[in-house]
Design a protein around this ligand. Sequence first.
Ligand code: GLY
Ligand code: MN
Ligand code: MN
Length: 499
Amino acid sequence: MSTPHHHDARYDDTVHVVDWEGSIPNPRSTASDPRMPSLAKAPGFAEWMRTGWGDADRTPRVEPGAVDAARQHRERLSQALPGQTLVVLAGRAQARVHDNFFEFRAHSDFLWLTGFPVEDGVLVMTPTAGGHDATIYIVPPARPGAAAFHADAAHGELWVGPQPGTAELASALDVRVNVLDDLTVPNGALIAGHAVVGKGTGARVGGRVRSAQLARTLAELRMVKDAWELAELRSAVNHTIDGFAAVRREVPRAIEFGGERWLQGTFDRHARTVGQAPGYASIVGSGANAPILHWVRAESAVDPDALLLLDMGVENRSGYTADVTRTIPASGRFTTAQREVHDLVERSHRAGLAAVAPGRDWRDFHTASLEVIAQGLSDWGMLPVSVDEALSAEGQHHRRYIVCGIGHHLGLDVHDCGASSYEQYFEAKMQPGMALTVEPGLYFHAWDETVPPELRGMGVRIEDDIIVTDDGHDVISDGLPIDAAGLEQWMDSVGVRLS
Ligand code: GLY
Ligand code: MN
Ligand code: MN
């Protein structure tokens, strides 16, 4: 939807806090054209638009439980950084071109602390004797009576629909809410969150250095999930398992028509319908595309004789996302070679899972999985050195076939808690309440001449979502089998049940 008659306030108003060099020129001048009279210069229109608007529902769609969880998260942050003014920016939708925008997705730190994605929202936590007071500052929606009601494509309710304002948000989120014009940020405040904000926000907090300390503290606090967050993750995973079934049912059709893109679209539509969106660009790779780690283009046909790697996750409306991978034969039956590769990845996966427990080193599952991979590759004669030499810090030859990590924290972000310190992430012990993926794989690129010809162009990953419990772990994505026979049976049962 273009904004033909109005100055596009939103476009001119988007800046990067960290590297803003001035306002962005609007390429579409609104100079008056007698054939297209400017509404901004039509007092009759302005007067007529002021009145005649009835009531509208402005209640924000807050997820059940999100408000209580956010309050507890703010308390944890308050205890971690006493006496500091803390500012967290929700951000705004990134411009795609001119007056078109990608969908808004609030920064996860803001979501974690407020429970709701307020575009252009700024959370300020001000130190008090007992902790912190919290206020969210917002750009108030422009309602009937204001010129911006019809002239501001970002905040005018005629453009974006009835929006919660300060009163509705304060009541729904149980926090003080004020207008951005009243925001002053004291010197020394720690600032984190989204780098892309409106110019109004930028004028108040821009030009200041964002605080790595605050970002790091938030990432480390977010590592251990509370009961509500774990329930959200379970729900996202269950939606994802349903999405895998929906995709599996479409495989025959995708072979006939539509290819990888059809399957990607099937999952993405499911994610948009039952949740908020895919939690990351869905990966659908047939045959030689399966080993390509970030194959998100999904532009190839689905080869009925090849493996199909599916890495997909539903992000719930609360913002929590699943991240699951299964590799299935498009035909429904693994060939001997496909099955051998899958079996090795499965053994590696099981070894990784066995190393997930409270008190274990974070690195243990990574190491355990890779030892199995190295041994298996050696057994196939694919390593130029011994297993010990490959596993040494100076060797790592087996990593030619798996250059990525074996897993990561999972939560509001698919690669959650990425701003943590190295020590708190990679050198930490596992704790109950952590959520993570385990995802070993083997990636034999079609043009890799070190790979036996029958294995070239084959990629297998098995990725599960796991919660660390008090006495071990819980694989919350185990509604999908991880063994070749189980996957064949799952493919049959999904197809039979619904066809
Ligand atoms: N889908 C991204 C990942 O597995 O990390
Ligand atoms: Mn992952
Ligand atoms: Mn994944």
